[in-house]
Design a binder for this molecule. Structure first.
Ligand SMILES: [Zn+2]
Length: 385
């Protein structure tokens, strides 16, 4: 049965003390009770005004509708001031929500995957798609992109962002400086990353803004000698339109980076840029030096715990920084690594282990191991057998 609201808002006298209640509670007849305009709940004919008022205050979504009606029709507000404030806050928050459209849905999907570095295959997970469908009735399965489409959208978003970035870079105040490094993936494929940092104008005022961005993240195929990397970096900066405005490079302290700077300077000279110097514009990354020392320290601490020969190659399974150079020499070299290799070599053979045991026993018998100093405390340690 359709509800007949006896009180049409246009007919309600706004000075009527119960105008709000009359607006929200229609009556099908004078003796069969009240029916809420919003949720169609029915109250008996003798229900008090206070009960109806509490319904408007507590039922989901009702306070928002109530205040909207108060504003629109000029009724006297009867709900608590605290509720007024809460609803106003919620309303302000909801103004910041992105309203749904297919375009905003697609844009937001790209953003979620890029910003959180999610695997693109997640979009094809049945559970993930079900979750999206659950959140909006009008969304159909065909509206959600699959991984090929999403990959295309990510690339398109990058192209758009890169065009905007070029404009920003070209209004830099002063020179643009860079950091760069090459890292290996789990499969030992080298990737070059370049970040740029510069000062840019802040709106219309005279203040400046410190800006930074990841300028490039590229798979390096083939040799990555300093000379070749210099050409790759030069091309990246040329493409961004900033090769004429290069400040400093912050790089690892490996010799290959010296070669890179030398060749990069030469490429700049070739196009007539003479105020760039391979030594003056090269900042050696101090943090990297500290990190290498820290890593050596950690290796020394953990070398005794590697008791299973099968764990010998575990350090190959994680991404390894290689610096701007062709091999992983820095990481692999050094006495700690050689010691670990030796230990693994001996553990692999029962014969070698027996021989080592007899050397240790011999050394203990003849007090050969007593003068070994270990640790910060300078403790004298005899070989553990
Ligand atoms: Zn209701």
């Amino acid at each position: 049965m359709t509800t007949v609201f006896l009180f049409d808002p246009t007919e309600i006298v706004k000075t009527d003390k119960s105008a709000d209640s009359k607006y929200f509670f229609g009556r099908r007849s004078l003796d069969n009770g009240f029916k809420c305009r919003l949720c169609l709940q029915i109250y008996g004919p003798n229900t008090s005004l206070t009960t109806r008022c509490l319904h408007l205050q507590n039922a989901p979504g009702h306070p928002e509708e109530y205040f909207a009606a108060v504003e629109q029709h000029g009724f006297a507000n009867k709900l608590p001031a605290e509720l007024v404030r809460q609803v106003a806050e919620d309303r302000a928050l909801s103004l910041n929500r992105i309203s749904f459209s297919m375009n905003t849905f697609i844009e937001q999907s790209v953003k979620v995957f890029v910003v959180n570095d999610l695997l693109i295959h997640l979009i094809d997970s049945g559970e993930f798609r079900d979750l999206l469908l659950l959140l909006r009735d009008s969304l159909a399965e065909k509206d959600i992109p699959h991984r090929t489409k999403l990959t295309k959208l990510v690339v398109e978003a990058w192209v758009k962002y890169y065009a905007e970035l070029k404009v920003t870079l070209n209004v830099a105040i002063g020179k643009i400086s860079f950091t760069a490094d090459i890292w290996s993936s789990k499969g030992l494929h080298p990737y070059l990353a370049i970040t740029a940092h510069w000062l840019g104008p802040r709106g219309d005022d005279l203040q400046v803004l410190l800006c930074q961005t990841l300028l490039a993240f590229r798979r390096i195929c083939g040799a990555h000698s300093g000379q070749r990397i210099a050409r790759i970096v030069f091309n990246i900066l040329e493409d961004a339109g900033i090769v004429w405005n290069v400040g400093h490079f912050t790089l690892d302290n490996v010799s290959n980076n010296g070669t890179f700077m030398l060749h990069f300077t030469s490429l700049l000279r070739d196009i007539g840029i003479r105020d760039f110097d391979e030594k003056q514009n090269y900042i050696r990354c101090f943090a990297n030096v500290i990190r290498v020392m820290e890593k050596d320290d950690a290796d020394a601490e953990h070398s005794d715990s590697d008791t299973d020969p099968a764990t010998e190659s575990t350090d190959d399974e994680e991404p390894v920084p290689v610096g701007m150079r062709a091999t992983r020499y820095t990481w692999k070299a050094g006495p700690i690594h050689r010691a670990r290799k030796t230990v693994a070599f001996i553990r692999k053979s029962g014969q070698r282990r027996d021989e080592l045991q007899s050397i240790i026993t011999h050394g203990n018998t003849h007090s050969l191991w007593k003068e070994v100093t270990m640790g910060k405390e300078g403790t004298l340690i005899e070989s553990p057998v």
